[in-house]
Design a protein around this ligand. Structure first.
Ligand code: UD1
Length: 340
């Protein structure tokens, strides 16, 4: 699929992992903002049909230097949003080298290609898992980074490479440390189609639609108000809107990079998620208490003051019912068709 060569205000944006959950929403948001979008995805976990029709799609790997450098030049890419990677914490414990390969080594290749291709701005999907150390209070960006698993370490290493490469080579970057991303495009154009997803809200809406029998509550004896795990769930559309606003910022203030938490600063328990799914579906959600999941922590909530202060961003869907309703809508409709 070709896009006509036009002289436009903004150079094209390369979206790695643009056939995946968050990347496909980012591609849509960039297109909505009038940007040209090139999606690069190896389709290992992503779906070709998740890529918006009007985006240029290239099937390939971020570590294929010849391919990446050619497409940066061909499309006049000025910025990269890097979503491609592996995201399952438990898998990272069992197979750490996969994570250091997919998330760290391949990111290093991509950064090197970006430098070679003169890309000026880079936005990276980082994670709250870089903190590792649990906290009863919302954590801000000065909280110690001591990842508790290879997933978090693999992402933190990429943050470090970006920091050092930006200092040496004069591009700027933003690393967004995602808390718990959930929900789906409110217009139903995109959603999460990940197979065998381990995320709570995805698992819960799969139970609500009969794709799973029962939701396991991983522990009800945590030191939290109702005994279940507390997290800061951010709507995927708000999250990708933060990426767009951050890119605008990086393009204006070209000497400054940012590492920012991405959450709402609000803790929600597993039982509160279950209640929201029951409200959205209008029926009880089959669930059972199971042992704590290895590596889980009681609570992780963002202090996102810096995000709001740095970029022009106001959340539009900071409401658990909206997040769950959009996730459930996707699960009931288009989600099933993508996952074949
Ligand atoms: C972790 C990572 C996050 C990563 C995500 C995706 C940390 C701090 N965060 O989030 O960066 O993007 O994994 O893999 O490491 N739960 C249940 N039943 C379920 C599923 C989950 O009770 O079937 C509970 C968990 O115990 C937890 C909460 O729901 O309390 C959220 O779990 P999940 O959605 O898997 O995300 P995290 O583990 O918080």
């Amino acid at each position: 699929m070709q896009v006509a060569e036009t002289v436009d205000e903004h150079p094209a944006v390369l979206v790695t992992g643009g056939a995946g959950y968050i990347g496909s929403h980012a591609a849509l948001a960039l297109l909505d903002a009038g940007r040209r979008v090139i999606v690069l995805d190896n389709l290992v976990t992503g779906f070709r049909r998740a890529v918006p029709e009007v985006a240029v799609f290239v099937e390939g790997d971020i570590a294929d230097d010849a391919l990446v450098r050619a497409l940066l030049a061909e499309h006049g890419v000025g910025a990269i949003m890097h979503f491609a990677g592996s995201v399952v914490v438990a898998e990272s414990v069992e197979n750490p080298l996969k994570y250091y390969d997919n998330n760290t080594a391949r990111s290093r290749s991509l950064i090197a290609s970006a430098l070679a291709g003169g890309v000026r701005h880079f936005i990276f999907s980082s994670t709250a898992a870089v903190y590792g150390v649990p906290s009863d209070e919302p954590v801000d960006e000065s909280w110690p980074t001591r990842p508790a698993n290879p997933y978090g370490t693999s992402k933190l290493m990429t943050e470090t490479m970006l920091r050092d490469a930006a200092a040496a080579h004069g591009f700027n970057y933003g690393a967004l440390r995602y808390f718990n991303v959930a929900g789906a495009d409110p217009a139903g154009r995109a959603g999460q189609s990940t197979q065998g997803a381990t995320n709570l809200i995805k698992a819960a809406v799969e139970v609500a639609t009969g794709k799973r029998d029962s939701l396991a509550i991983f522990g009800d004896d945590w030191p939290t108000p109702d005994g279940t795990g507390v997290r800061d769930y951010i709507h995927v559309s708000d999250l990708v809107a933060a990426h767009i606003a951050l890119l605008d910022r990086l393009e204006v203030e070209t000497a400054t990079s940012h590492v920012l938490n991405s959450g709402y600063g609000r803790g929600v328990s597993v039982r509160e998620v279950i209640a929201a799914v029951e409200r959205a579906s209008g029926k009880p959600l089959p669930c059972h208490v199971a042992p704590r999941r290895p590596g889980d922590i009681a609570q992780m909530v963002a202090n996102s003051d810096a995000l709001g202060a740095t970029i022009d961003w106001r959340p539009r869907f900071a409401d658990l019912d909206a997040i769950v309703a959009h996730a459930l809508h996707w699960e009931r409709t288009i989600g099933a068709q993508l996952a074949d």
